[in-house]
Design a protein around this ligand. Sequence first.
Ligand code: ZN
Length: 422
Amino acid sequence: MIHNRALLTGEHVKQISKGVTLKHGRWICSQCHSTRQSHFYQYRSVILDKKIVYCRNCVNIGRVDNMNDVFLIETHNVKSSCHYQLPFELSEQQQFASKKIVTAIAHLRSLLLHAVTGAGKTEMIFEGIKYARNEGLNIAIVSPRVDVVIEVSMRIKKAFVDEDIDVLHQSSQQQFDGHFVIATVHQLYRFKQHFDLIIVDEVDAFPLSVDPTLMQTLVHASKFKHCHILMTATPPRVLMRQIKHLEVIALPARFHRYPLPVPRFQFLKINPHKKQYKLLKYLQQQIEQQRYTLVFFNNIDVMKRLFHLYKNEVPSLTYVYSDDALRFDKIERLRRGDHQIVFTTTILERGFTMAYLDVLILNSHLFEANAIVQIAGRVGRKAEAPTGLVLCMHEGITLPMLQARHSIKKMNKLAQKRGWID
Ligand SMILES: [Zn+2]
């Protein structure tokens, strides 16, 4: 979909309409398909002497209103040879998943891959991408999170060097014809009935998990007959209910054939006003043993208080949270190994990988099961350091804590049974 007539060159226009239209007395957005009337903002233009209505729900990817036309371009399919290079061999489980994905694409059937953290999901989809592009299918690899999009796009571009890949997010625009797209979910608003294949990484992450209309975006961006491959380490119950009809494939093993670290529970009531020997001793031990440690908090104020309590005893201690102005800088320094101990909120719950890492969850009785599984999943990701410690400090063991530990043990057992871990 294009907003500006001047951008049209040789394309065949399938449909022209206003960006926002009125149907049975209700406003509808042509871009994000919202019908929620609170999304529409109205004002009177003095110059035009008319009422202008625009959609606020999708305004960050381009404003559409009831005055200006939007153009729907005829979609077409182009084959490409789509060679890729992988500097290592896929694990047994990755090969199994890769075959399942190719079969699903060939039959335009959708799949949910329940793959544990560190399973090596990105590499599993390479053969499927090649198959799809050889057949001329239009493909999109999307994630709700921009940091995942950037990370995954770097790996895919490195493997598929000859392909014209459009990487779309807030600060990256379309350059090619949209046959091979890597994007945030919001960017799919630009496409209507265009994709044959959409692969969604981290399908349970915010904002996809809380905004059901974004799930609809996948459907609007896809052709009538399509294949959706959804990937997650922690499928939420709401999603499982929405997609009951999907085949679910469990991928319980990490690529390096070591089991997932199982969380340990230890009682400690955190006092934000007083230094606590048990916690201080743990942090000092971690430093002595030359391990990196992420300490997770569910409350920024408590995190800052504890930082000031412990900063003198713990050299290079730092903290990071989502609204932190120095967030990206701090994470970069963390990756370089400048900080042995980092206090963090759940922003580092996903996507962060580093060797020789342990995690401590403070007040773990206040965390949800999926958050504990994701946090535990930061540990032991690298082949050179495949083990580590996941410690939950709590004021009483909760059901979510037990559920998290149970689901991790269950995946380890399944991986063992299939002979995918040693
Ligand atoms: Zn909209």
